[in-house]
Each structure stands twice: as structure tokens, then as C-alpha cells.
Design a protein around this ligand. Structure first.
Ligand SMILES: Cc1cc2nc3c(=O)[nH]c(=O)nc-3n(C[C@H](O)[C@H](O)[C@H](O)COP(=O)(O)O)c2cc1C
Length: 547
């Protein structure tokens, strides 16, 4: 295509709209690349495509009357694109529920990688951030929540609650803390089943409004990749957990009745192939599947407000965000892309590696928290040997039942390269850690040598993610950096633009550029659907170029 804009007749007959002539002056029309992209970018204005002579132009003038213009021109209308406010992307009920301006939130990143600064910056801009509480000691989580509440007294913000099958007490205590501090939104993730802690948080926030309807004080956004788990969150809380909570005096009898009328979650974020914990499923398959499950449950339950379905995993570009919205996502969620931002609780070394990563430079590796179950997480391959080393440890764990069973040569090798210390020393440190955090787990390890081996190996898996956060010198090669292919897609998109260097990446800019770009692309696609084709360089949206 040589010209910036071209019309291909796609309809046999003219539409009534096309039959209305456009009247105006030549200077109101443009067919220059830069002006065309500027027009499309003025999202609050409508656009018309018109044909004058043999040429096609765009204009933001309605052309219903030529009054006031000198040079009268009769042109033919070809297409119309309405204004496209960013607020129109996604479900307004999501924005209302959480008090956000846009249908967008940044998912939690463990160890405070999604930091207080990140959550506050996003909240102030009308986006929402989920604080990365997983892996942090409760005292740090409490302090973080208080700082966030001080900066964002009316929200929006969310706090992560992560499924901890190895540490059920920790999960219960966290839920209690969230209730005590008045946290109103949690992002619940990695769940395979509903737990006491989750149901407690949800149901303790239920009350009856004066009109008899149920008021949901404590909101849950559940991040899920499997439909059988999603269904559990779409249904009311299970009776056995309600009974238990009632018997423990955690909830009232009225709350039990109310709990039977509402779903466990307000929103389900379907999570496709992503950084960190992931089932590596494709978003294009997951969204329609979860929407269908939601519709089935809604037909059965008839909730006044159906559970919304949002999309995360792989979203880091305007095209990906638009695709998710077009497929019916109520909102979009980013993750990987935020870790490279200046507000992230991640070291400069990590952020620089991330900002240079390609889509293919990610790999699955054993997870620290569910190591024994063989669960894996997606990490950055570029510049780190973590995935290889952690896989080696999992291999040894699968083959041997105790530290003593590991052949001397293997033991020596991992002590030298991976641990850089004797495994007996590692065990000492491991005991000290669990004594403070989870004595039951330690007791189990003292009885079961295979579990002891797991805890020793988890020393490396746990610390390697911390090294990445704090920038541990000399351990760069072992940094465990959770990351999905979305990072590479983002880097490709922002090449040569203001967002290319890691030091220029701010979470709000990143989120806004993705949303603005999605609206831009929606307008480009709308024009294309009416036969107006733009030159390929105009069909993409880029953040401002570097000078
Ligand atoms: C560094 C990192 C840490 C993460 N930690 C958590 C976590 O603790 N809890 C959680 O719910 N999700 C966690 N996630 C997932 C994100 O919240 C988000 O759902 C996901 O990254 C979106 O997919 P994407 O990485 O393809 O953008 C993490 C993701 C990354 C990249």
C-alpha cells in the first residue's frame, strides 16, 4: 500500500449512512500519516472517513453543514468511528465496585515486588494495584497495608492472599489481620479449593441492606486458570466451612444466611500463560471457557450482579489488552511488565535484565512454595541459571528420600555450585527460619527425612527470589526472576520509545499506554471493518519515540 489511507469496497450496496454527503472544506481533511494517527489518537473526538475526488481522507468534522468554511467541498461519506473514552473499555461495574477509573489492575507480585509505592502510584491514577504480600513476614505486610491505607484512604487497592497448603495457619492469620485492618479487597490466588481463611474474609463482610439485599463489604478477586476451581468461587461458600466458622464464633448466623445468596468472588481473573505460577494456558481459549462457566452458574443462581470475568496472563501490549476486551473480559490484568518498572521491589540488575528480555527467554522451573508437589513457576532465563539449578534439586529430591541418600559426588557438587556451603549449615539456617515462621512444618521435617530434604532445597529456591529483590552481589546468576512471555512482547513494542530503558518505566505510564493503545487500535479496527485500510505503520500504536 503506497498511500496512508485507502478504501476497499466491502459492501455491495451503500449504507444509508454513506449516502449522506459530507460538506466542508479541503483544509478540514487529512490524508497525511502523522495527522491521521493524531486524529485517531484524539480518543474523545469522532472520526469520519470521506472520499473527495479519487482520494480518501479522515476528518473530525461532522460535515453536516459547510457553514463558516470558505472553500466548499462535496465529499462522500465512507465510515464513522465514535469517540472512544478509555473508561469505555471493560465493564463499568468493575470500576464502580473497586472505585477505579479504568478496567485495569496490576496483579500482586510476591515478596513485595508489587510494592507499597507501586500500589499507591496505581491507586492515585485510578488504576489499581495488588500488594505482593506472599513470602513476606506478617509484620511487614501489616506495615505495608497501613502505609497504603494512609496514602489511599478511599482506595483503590487490593492485597494478595495466596493459597498456602503448607502453612494453613499463616493463611488464617493473614485473613484475620486483613479483617482487623479493614482491608476491603483481596486478590486470592493459587487456590485449588476454598479454604477456611477465604470464607472467613468473605462472609465476615456480609450484611443486610435496608431493602433486604445483601451488602458485600469484603470483595474477592480470585485469580484462576481452571474452570473447576473457578466454579467453586462462582458459587456460594461451602456449607461445611460456614458451619465451622459459625461454631468458632467467627461469623454470625445471619451472615451464614447471607452467604448462601452471594458468590464467593465478585470477579474471576482468568490467568493464562503468565509470570510466576501458571498452567501456561492460552488466553484466547480461557476467556470464552470461563465466560461460559459463568453463564451456566448465573443461570442457576440468578445473582443480582453476575460474577465478572477479567483477563490476565500475556497482557502487556495494546493489541493483547484490546483482544481481551473484545473477547468479553470485564477488565485486564498485567503482571510481568510491572516488575521492570521503577516502583517495583526488584533490584536494578533484575529490572535491566527484564527490560532486555525477548519473548522466548522464559522457562518453567520448580516453585519454592509447592516444591514437593512438583508445581512449577515461569521465570526469566536470560542472565540466570536458576531454572537449571532448581530443576537439578528437584531431580535429586525425586530420586532420594533423605540428605544422607544423596551420593557424595552429587552432594559435593551442589554444595559447591548451588548452595556455596555445607548442607548441614543450610539445615541449621532452615531450622532457624521455620522455628520463627512455621514450627509445625519443622516438626514434620524432624520426623520425615524426605520432608527435611525438601526444606533444605527450598532454602535455595526461597533465597534466590530474595536475592533478585535486594540485588545480592555475587549471586546474580542465581536470581529467581518470575516472568512470563508478556515481558518480551512489551519490550518489542516499546523498542525505540520513551519506555525502552528500564529507568523510564513507571507503572502508571505503562498501564496508560497499554489502555490508550488499545483504544487507538479499536478505532483502527473499526475503520478497517468499514473498508478503510491504513498503512501498516498506522495500524500499530507506539508510546512516544525517544528523542
Ligand atoms: C514477579 C512476579 C511475581 C508474582 N507473584 C504473584 C503473587 O505473589 N501472587 C499472585 O497472585 N500473583 C503473582 N504473580 C502473577 C501476577 O499477579 C499476574 O497475575 C501475572 O503476572 C499476569 O501475567 P503476565 O505475567 O503474563 O503479565 C506474579 C507475577 C510476577 C511476574
Amino acid at each position: 500500500m503506497n498511500q496512508a489511507i485507502e478504501f476497499n469496497h466491502i459492501f455491495n450496496k451503500k449504507t444509508p449512512f454513506e449516502l449522506l454527503p459530507w460538506q466542508g472544506s479541503q483544509d478540514q481533511l487529512t490524508n497525511h500519516s502523522e495527522k491521521i494517527s493524531a486524529l485517531i489518537n484524539e480518543l474523545e473526538k469522532p472520526i469520519w472517513a470521506v472520499k473527495a475526488g479519487s482520494q480518501v481522507f479522515l476528518t473530525d468534522q461532522d460535515g453536516f453543514s459547510a457553514a463558516g468554511s470558505g472553500n466548499h467541498l462535496q465529499a462522500e461519506r465512507l465510515a464513522y468511528v465514535p469517540p472512544m473514552a478509555l473508561e469505555s473499555l471493560g465493564d463499568p461495574a468493575f470500576m464502580q465496585t473497586y472505585g477505579t477509573r479504568y478496567a485495569y489492575y496490576a496483579g500482586a507480585m510476591a515478596n513485595g515486588i508489587s510494592s507499597v509505592d507501586m500500589v499507591v502510584a496505581l491507586g492515585k491514577a485510578g488504576l489499581m494495584g495488588s500488594f505482593g504480600s506472599a513470602g513476606l513476614p506478617p509484620t511487614r505486610i501489616e506495615a505495608a497495608i497501613q502505609s497504603i491505607q494512609q496514602a489511599l484512604p478511599g482506595g483503590p487497592y487490593a492485597i494478595n492472599l495466596i493459597y498456602s497448603p503448607n502453612e494453613p495457619n499463616l493463611e488464617r492469620n493473614l485473613a484475620e489481620m486483613y479483617l482487623k485492618l479493614g482491608v476491603k479487597v483481596i486478590e486470592a490466588s493459587a487456590y485449588m479449593d476454598l479454604t477456611y481463611a477465604l470464607v472467613h474474609f468473605r462472609v465476615a463482610g456480609l450484611s443486610r441492606a435496608s431493602d433486604g439485599s445483601v451488602l458485600i463489604g469484603n470483595k474477592i478477586i480470585a485469580k484462576i486458570s481452571r474452570k473447576e476451581v473457578a466454579r467453586k468461587f462462582m458459587l456460594p461458600a461451602p456449607e461445611d466451612l460456614l458451619k465451622q466458622l459459625l461454631a468458632d464464633g467467627k461469623i454470625t448466623k445471619e451472615q451464614v444466611d447471607l452467604a448462601r445468596q452471594v458468590p464467593m468472588a465478585d470477579d474471576i481473573t482468568v490467568e493464562a500463560d503468565s509470570g510466576g505460577h501458571t498452567d501456561n494456558r492460552p488466553l484466547v481459549g480461557l476467556i470464552p471457557t470461563m465466560l461460559a462457566v459463568r453463564d451456566e452458574v448465573q443461570a442457576q443462581m440468578n445473582y443480582p450482579q453476575p460474577v465478572r470475568i477479567g483477563a490476565g496472563g500475556g497482557i502487556s501490549t495494546p493489541a493483547a489488552a484490546l483482544a481481551a476486551f473484545m473477547m468479553g473480559a470485564a477488565y485486564v490484568v498485567t503482571g510481568s511488565v510491572n516488575q521492570a518498572c521503577v516502583e517495583a521491589g526488584a533490584s536494578l540488575h533484575t529490572r535491566n535484565l527484564l527490560s532486555q528480555a525477548d519473548m522466548a527467554e522464559v522457562i518453567m522451573a520448580p516453585a519454592a512454595d509447592m516444591f514437593e508437589m512438583g508445581v512449577r513457576v515461569q521465570v526469566l532465563k536470560r542472565g540466570s541459571m536458576f531454572a537449571m539449578r532448581a530443576s537439578r534439586l528437584y531431580e535429586l529430591y525425586s530420586r532420594y528420600n533423605s540428605v544422607e541418600e544423596i551420593p557424595a559426588a552429587d552432594r559435593e557438587k551442589i554444595e559447591k555450585t548451588i548452595f556455596r556451603r555445607n548442607l548441614d549449615e543450610v539445615w541449621e539456617e532452615t531450622q532457624a527460619f521455620f522455628r520463627e515462621r512455621d514450627q509445625k512444618n519443622l516438626d514434620l521435617a524432624l520426623k520425615d527425612p524426605h520432608h527435611k530434604l525438601a526444606l533444605i532445597f527450598r532454602w535455595y529456591l526461597g533465597l534466590s527470589s530474595r536475592w533478585s529483590v535486594v540485588g545480592e552481589p555475587g549471586r546474580e546468576i542465581d536470581y529467581q526472576i518470575w516472568c512470563g512471555p508478556a515481558m518480551g512482547a512489551f519490550n518489542q513494542w516499546v523498542k525505540g520509545t520513551i519506555l525502552e530503558p528500564a529507568e523510564n518505566r513507571q507503572v502508571v505510564d505503562v498501564g496508560m499506554q497499554i489502555l490508550i493503545g488499545a483504544a487507538y487500535l479499536a478505532r483502527v479496527r473499526s475503520l478497517a471493518g468499514q473498508g478503510i485500510n491504513l498503512a501498516s505503520e498506522l495500524q500499530m500504536y507506539y508510546p512516544p519515540r525517544l528523542l
